[in-house]
Ligand binder design. Structure first.
Ligand code: PGA
Length: 249
């Protein structure tokens, strides 16, 4: 049985005082869950969030990192830096970074390897655009991304990679994939992993759904056979709605 991982993605929202309030409010609401609870926060909130989450079951993640350890990369933050303050997770290859910041499958692949070198758990995002879906290419796109993003990883690294299937047309739009479509896409990702790494490894990979997941639709999505959690944007900004998703059974 795979453990479910419910991860919030705050994107470019929340000042430190808001982060502290949200996590303080969230902690008692999610303390009894069996699911893994993660909040991926802006760099400026990391330290405050880590301190506030101390002694709770809430884990803290970043939303990006550079693949080099250090050097002349103005404005960047390395995996080693994240690890040094106690960060445990990092989102890699979110579609907004692919779309606006030139993230490619090659850089995603390098970043995943660096994440593992620094003992960070990567949450790797894949997903198709609306045009790609309408052209019947959704599975081809996500299978391709999965293959390129995981290229050269060891079996153990693949087993410890979290993949978030996030159809781009569902992100922040209020449109959610149907649970059947979302599950089918997650299944395709798992089958792709079976091809290269075999059934045993693929069965261990946590595959989340992301894209307008909210309390009203989370229960159904999370009950599907191949959906092992969620990556949640908008609904993770408020303790109450995020807790409802975490606690839905
Ligand atoms: P959303 O964002 O829940 O606001 O659609 C999800 C994401 O981009 O990870």
């Amino acid at each position: 049985m795979r453990k479910k991982v419910i991860a919030g993605n705050w994107k470019m929202n929340m000042l430190p005082n808001e982060a502290i309030s949200m996590i303080t409010e969230l902690a008692p609401l999610v303390k009894d869950t069996e699911n893994e609870v993660v909040l991926c926060v802006p760099y400026t909130d990391l330290f405050y969030s880590l301190l506030t989450a101390q002694g709770t079951n809430i884990k803290i993640g970043a939303q990006n990192m550079h693949y080099e350890e250090k050097g002349a990369y103005t404005g960047e933050v390395s995996g080693k830096m994240l690890k040094s303050i106690g960060v445990e997770y990092v989102i890699i290859g979110h579609s907004e970074r692919r779309q606006y910041f030139n993230e490619t499958d090659e850089t995603v692949n390098k970043k995943i390897k660096t994440a593992f070198e620094n003992d960070l758990k990567p949450i790797v995002c894949v997903g198709e655009t609306l045009e790609e879906r309408e052209a019947g290419k959704a599975f081809e796109i996500i299978e391709n991304q999965t293959q390129k993003d995981l290229d050269g990883l060891t079996e153990e690294q693949v087993a410890n990679t979290i993949i978030a299937y996030e159809p781009i047309w569902a992100i922040g739009t209020g449109k959610t994939a149907t649970s059947k479509d979302a599950n089918e896409a997650c299944k395709k990702i798992r089958e792709k992993i079976v091809e290269t790494y075999g059934q045993n490894i693929a069965e261990r990979v946590i595959i989340q759904y992301g894209g307008s997941m909210k309390p009203e639709n989370a229960k159904e999505l999370l009950s599907m056979s191949d959906i092992d959690g969620g990556l949640i944007g908008g609904a993770s900004l408020k303790a109450e709605s995020f807790a409802e998703i975490v606690n839905c059974k």
